[in-house]
Design a protein around this ligand. Structure first.
Ligand code: GLN
Length: 251
C-alpha cells in the first residue's frame, strides 16, 4: 500500500507537520506506536510533510510541536516517567490550551489527568491538563470495545487497564460504550474530549481502525499552524478491512 507523498509524486508539500510521540520507551503497549505511524502516513496522503519525533525521559523537548501522541503503559512505566512528565507539565499544558491536537491513550490519558492512584495505593500525580481522576482496582477491564461518539461515529478498539477514570465538569466523554467498559465500570463513558485533545482507553492501535480521529488531529494541526487545512486523498482500504475485522470480534 505504497502511496507516494505529494513531494515524491512531484507535487508541492503543503507544509510540514511535526508529530511527537511521548515516552515511547516506557509508554507504548498493545501497538500504540501504530498511532504515530498512521499519522505519519495520513499526513503525507493529505499532501503535507510528516516529521515524526520521539520524546523520552531526559530528552530536550522538541520545538514547533504540531501533534502530541501518548501511549499506554504498565503502572511501572508510569512510575518511571512521572518526574519527567511533571517537569514538562507547563509546556504540555501550554500546548493543550493553545489548541495543539493530542491523542492520549490509557496510561498517558490517566497521567494527563489529576492523578492515578494505583491498586497498590501509590499515587502518581498527573499534570491536570484533563479534569479527570483515576483509581486502580483489582478488577482488570479487558476486551474489545465499541464506542458511539458524536464526533467520530463508531470507534473501535481494545482495552486492558486496572485504573478506572471518572470525568470532572471540565471535560466531556469521547462517547458511550456499546461493547466493553471504557472509563469505568459504572457510567458507560469512554475517553475524554477537551479542546483538541482526544483521550481514550483504546489500544489496538486506535488510529488504524479509526481514521476519522487521525484526520481530526491532522486537520486541527494544519489549521493551527497554517490557518487552513486542505485535505488530500487518503487510502482507507486497510482501515475499512481492520474495522470490519474488529467489529466481528465477539467480545
Ligand atoms: N497501568 C494503567 C492501568 O492498568 C494503564 C494501562 C494501560 O495503559 N493499558 O490502568
Amino acid at each position: 500500500l505504497e502511496t507516494p507523498s505529494a513531494e515524491a509524486a512531484g507535487g508541492r508539500s503543503k507544509g510540514a507537520l511535526r508529530v511527537v510521540q511521548l515516552y515511547p520507551r516506557d509508554m507504548n503497549i498493545y501497538g500504540d506506536w501504530g498511532n504515530a505511524l498512521v499519522l505519519q502516513r495520513r499526513i503525507s496522503w493529505h499532501g503535507y510533510t510528516p516529521e515524526l519525533l520521539e520524546y523520552n525521559v531526559g530528552d530536550p523537548f522538541p520545538a514547533d510541536v504540531d501533534i502530541i501522541v501518548g501511549g499506554g503503559g504498565q503502572d511501572s512505566g508510569q512510575l518511571v516517567i512521572q518526574d519527567d512528565l511533571q517537569a514538562r507539565a507547563a509546556e504540555l499544558k501550554g500546548l493543550a490550551e493553545d489548541g495543539a491536537p493530542m491523542l492520549l491513550i490509557c496510561g498517558l490519558y490517566q497521567l494527563f489527568g489529576r492523578f492515578f492512584k494505583t491498586r497498590t495505593g501509590a499515587v502518581i500525580p498527573g499534570i491536570g491538563v484533563l479534569d479527570v481522576e483515576t483509581h486502580g482496582t483489582d478488577e482488570r477491564l479487558i476486551g474489545n470495545v465499541k464506542v458511539s461518539t458524536p464526533e467520530f461515529g463508531e470507534v473501535l478498539g481494545y482495552e486492558n487497564h486496572s485504573g478506572q477514570t471518572t470525568l470532572g465538569e471540565g471535560v466531556r466523554p469521547l462517547g458511550t460504550t456499546a461493547k466493553g467498559t471504557g472509563n469505568n465500570s459504572s457510567d458507560g463513558h469512554e475517553g475524554a474530549r477537551y479542546r483538541n485533545i482526544v483521550a481514550s482507553y483504546l489500544h489496538g492501535s486506535l488510529l488504524p481502525k479509526n481514521p476519522a480521529i487521525a484526520d481530526f488531529l491532522i486537520r486541527t494541526a494544519a489549521e493551527r499552524r497554517y490557518g487552513t487545512f486542505e485535505p488530500g486523498h487518503p487510502d482507507d482500504r486497510y482501515a475499512v478491512l481492520a474495522r470490519e475485522h474488529a467489529a466481528r470480534r465477539p467480545r
